[in-house]
Every structure is written in C-alpha cells, then in structure tokens.
Design a protein. Structure first.
Lengths: 395, 137
C-alpha cells in the first residue's frame, strides 16, 4: 500500500435554511457543491469522490450516485463513493469515509452534500403535516400502530431520564435557549430571525408529547450544505484555511426496537462511539473547547453529553443549567443553533459539522469560541439507534 | 371496518404472524428461547442472550408495570389526532422484557411510571388486534 496521508476539510458551504419548495434538489445540491469547492479554492471539476447522495437522488440515479456524477455530469469518471448508515447523522459520519478515501489515495477531492428542496413530499417536505406523518412510519409496526411520532419516541426516553435522575423541564429548556442565541448570530439559520427565547418561553410553548414542548423539538425545514475533503497538504498549500480534520472517530449501533435496550435512560452504544473516538485522538472530554451534538430534541443533548463523559450519566441536567452550553460557557455546544434553531434539513448532522469547522478555523464571527482548538462532534440516527463520535482539530 | 384510518401493521413477515394471531385470539404469545429460556419481544430471529434460533411462542402472565410513557398531544395523522391526548406506555413485564402499547381505562394525564398494568386487546379491524394495556385494579 502507498503511504497514508492526512485528510482535512478544505471547503464548506451552506444555503439559507428554510423553505426551498420553489427550487429543486439538484439545483440546491450543485449550489452547495460549487460553494464548498469555491471555499476550498478548488474547481467543481476537481471533485473525484462522493459520500452519500448526489443530485437527483431517486431511482437508479439515486442508487448509483457516483456513476450518475461521472461522464454524465462531470465529464470524467468518479474515483470513489461510499455511504454511512447512521440516519440523519450519516453525512457527518461520512467525514470518516472521506478521510479514508483521501488517506488511501483513492480520491483527491471528496464531496459530502445534503440538499432538501422542492414541493411537499414525505419527510423531506417543508409541509409540517406531511413530514410528521411520513416520519411516524420510520418506527416498526410494533410501535407505529399506537400513533407514535418521532417526538413521542424521544419523549419516552426523556420521561425515563427525568424519573431516574430528576431532570427537569427547565434544564431541558436551557438547551433550547442557549442554542437559539447562537442562531440569532447566524444569518443562514432557520429560526434566528425569531429572536431570543427564554426558559419560560419554552415551558409555555405547547406540549407535543410529554415532557417535550414545541420548543424542545427541532425545526422542520429544507436547506442544503456541503463540505469537500482533500489532503491536509493540499489545504495548507492553498493557504486559505486552517487544515481541520479528524483526530479520532468511533461508532456505536445499539438497537432498532427500543424494547431491546437494557435501559432507556443511558446509551452504551453512544458511549462506545465516544470512547473509541477519544482513545484514537489521545484526548479526553476535558480537552474539548466546543461541541456539536445531534439535537433532534433537547434531551438528545443531555444523552450526548453523558454518553461522551462530559458529565456522569444522570448529571446532564445539572451540567447544562448554569449556562455551560452557551457561547462563553464551559462547553459551548451547537453554537449556530443546532437542529433546534439552525436547520434540521436532510442529513442535518452536516450543519453541525460545518459549524465546528468554522469554530476551529477561528472564522465563526460573533459566535466564535475563544481559543477553539478541539471540537467534539456527535450524531445519532433514529431514536438513539446509531451513534457516531468524532474529534476534530488541526491536522 | 374499512373506515379504520389509523396505521395497521405493514410488511410483517410470516414468521412473526403467530404474535399477531395471538393478539387476535386475545391470548398473547411471546417468543421464549428453547435454549436459555429468555423471552424476547419484539419478535427476533435469534435470542439476543444466547444466540439460539430456536424459540416457542409461549404464554405470559400479561402483567407488568409502566417503565416509561408519554402523552401524545400532537398526533401523526388526523385519525390519531381525533383521540389525542392519548398515552403510549412502555411496560416492564413480569417475565423481564418490555412491551409497548396503548392504554385504556385511565385518564392519560393520570398515567405514571411504576403503575401496575395488565394486557388487554384492541380489536381495531376483523383482521388486526393491537396490544393494549389497562390499569390493574
């Protein structure tokens, strides 16, 4: 085998998040791919690797996305494609696959792109009713016949966590409050324009599935984003950005049916993902300056913090209640707003990753965390079903 | 019952049908491992404890207590919303596994963790019965 080389994120791009129903998925996909390449100082034609979906992701084109990108669209063969099966977190988990391709010289410029646009259709719709109905069927028939929703899938976990550890609605609400502040500082966020919220605002928002209120829940919106990964050497030679890459990575896959989990208040598979990532990086939670934790609901952030060892299992509520997650706090988390307030479009873990890249570049503007050197990224698919953890930093 | 507008089980493989048939018969059966004796639910091809593929659909006590729950106030479709708010409960069965179901015979806001419940049945169509629980009084 040829000598391995370091990979790094060369470019990132995001659209304004919101309602893109008047556009098409390929249109948004290409905007994001071009944008990420521009940010990297690369040309669109430099792209020779793809993680996840391409443009026009349906039918055989969707099933063979790199083939569809080859001579058809880029006028040349693509050299690499792979995908990660971690639900909404899969695009960010794809960073590991992109780094593999670059490290092994299987490709020079690997794009990861998520784009959701177009008229109402299933769970990628901007139409709330259509999206909620489609997502309800993501559970198996042993759950969905009872009228479960993605919110209720997490609500039962939050309820058990509160029962075992005394986690309060106010503690969960603080997560939404901290993240909304970040969104108000990000012009592309879906909810920033709605302004700051308070703990009382969260508690006064209507209950969706006890104990989760509307403002404990992620946005339902469309949008796009992309990154391009190349060698750290290329990124340094381009001289545009700090070469931010993977220092450690791990996965943990726990269950499909929640009945099988020994407990619904703590998550061994998520803990395995985090432990693996920290061990490979040679770092510990104390070293982390800024975090991005998948937050379909506020309670996910508690699970992410506890699973990674930022606090003990059961102590997530007290960890967050003094403002630890705010910009300027002990562990600024989801500083652009996360799924709650930045965007929950498509494989939304990519937006969480992009915010960490901007933080570690020192390019996060008003949201910048001082001396951000190491970032922790965590994503979960389903209701705590699959998990990945990544440690990011300059390579 | 062509007017039943909620979700019915779709794509259930034949080998899982003994469970659904047992609900329709109001005599719930759950897989019990022939090798180690562990019950498992939802139906699975192999035992997660000993990895044996041999199991027998076996009767259970039908009794347990609420492990966790939620009250759904924003339902997935209009048909469910007509019943909202409704509780969904996860039940720790006496045999040591958990089941999920709806609950009747109690105000959803009165459901609490630890509450004793027992299996009941909701005959939603002539073909399908779904698992339900009721408070043990």
């Amino acid at each position: 085998m040829a000598q391995l080389r370091e990979a790094a994120i060369a470019g990132v791009y995001q659209t304004k998040q919101g309602d893109l129903s008047d556009r098409t998925q390929p249109d948004v996909w290409w905007e994001c791919a071009r944008g990420a390449c521009d940010d990297a100082g690369l040309a669109l034609g430099d792209m020779d690797g793809l993680i996840g979906p391409g443009p026009n992701g349906t039918g055989i084109r969707g099933g063979l996305p790199a083939a569809g990108l080859g001579f058809d669209l880029l006028g040349k063969p693509m050299r690499f494609h792979a995908d990660a099966s971690i639900g909404a977190a899969k695009s960010a988990a794809g960073l590991n696959l992109a780094a593999y391709a670059v490290a092994h010289r299987l490709a020079e410029a690997v794009v990861i792109d998520t784009a959701v646009a177009g008229p109402a259709e299933g769970y990628e719709s901007a139409d709330r009713d259509a999206a909620i109905a489609a997502m309800a069927m993501l559970s198996g028939p042993y759950e969905y016949v009872y009228g479960t929703t993605r919110v209720s899938d997490y609500a039962v976990l939050a309820m058990r966590h509160a029962h075992e550890f005394g986690t309060t609605p106010e503690q969960l609400a603080e997560i939404a409050v901290a993240q909304r502040h970040g969104a108000t500082l990000h012009p592309l966020s879906v909810n920033g324009h709605r302004g700051e919220i308070t703990i009382d605002d969260v508690l006064a928002s209507r209950m969706v599935a006890d104990p989760l209120h509307l403002l404990d829940c992620c946005a339902i919106n469309q949008g796009g984003g992309a990154i391009v990964v190349t060698s750290a050497e290329n990124v340094r030679a381009a001289g545009r950005h700090k070469a931010v890459g993977l220092l450690g990575y791990g996965e943990g896959h726990g269950h499909i049916d929640p009945n099988a989990e020994p407990s619904l208040a703590e998550w061994p598979a998520a803990a395995i993902a985090a432990k693996t990532a920290f061990e490979l990086a040679g770092l510990s939670p104390d070293d982390i300056d800024v975090a991005g934790i998948g937050d379909h609901f506020t309670v996910n952030v508690l699970f992410g913090l506890e699973s990674a060892g930022f606090c003990k299992v059961g102590e997530g509520g007290s960890f967050v209640e003094d403002g630890a997650l705010r910009i300027g706090g002990r562990l600024p988390t989801n500083t652009a707003g996360g799924f709650l307030s930045f965007s929950h479009a498509g494989m939304c873990g990519l937006f969480t990753l992009i915010e960490l890249v901007e933080q570690l570049r020192g390019a996060a503007g008003d949201r910048q965390v001082d001396d951000a050197r190491y970032g922790y990224l965590n994503g979960t698919g389903g209701a705590m079903q699959n998990n990945f953890s990544a440690i990011l930093g300059e390579v | 019952m062509a007017d039943y507008a909620k979700f019915l089980p779709q794509g259930v493989p034949d080998w899982q049908m003994p469970y659904w048939d047992s609900l329709r018969a109001h005599d719930v059966r759950v897989q019990k491992c022939d090798s180690c004796g562990a019950f498992r639910y939802v139906p699975q091809e192999i035992c997660p404890r000993c990895h044996s593929s041999m199991a027998t659909w076996s009767p259970i006590s039908g009794e347990g207590h609420v492990y966790t729950f939620t009250v759904v106030r924003r339902a997935p479709t209009a048909a469910y919303q007509a019943d909202a708010p409704y509780a969904i409960i996860h039940v720790s069965m006496h045999e040591g596994f958990r089941m999920i179901g709806s609950v009747h015979g109690i105000d959803p806001d009165a459901v609490a963790i630890g509450m004793p419940v027992r299996v009941a049945y909701d005959d939603v169509t002539p073909e399908w019965t779904i698992l339900q629980f009721e408070p043990t009084s």
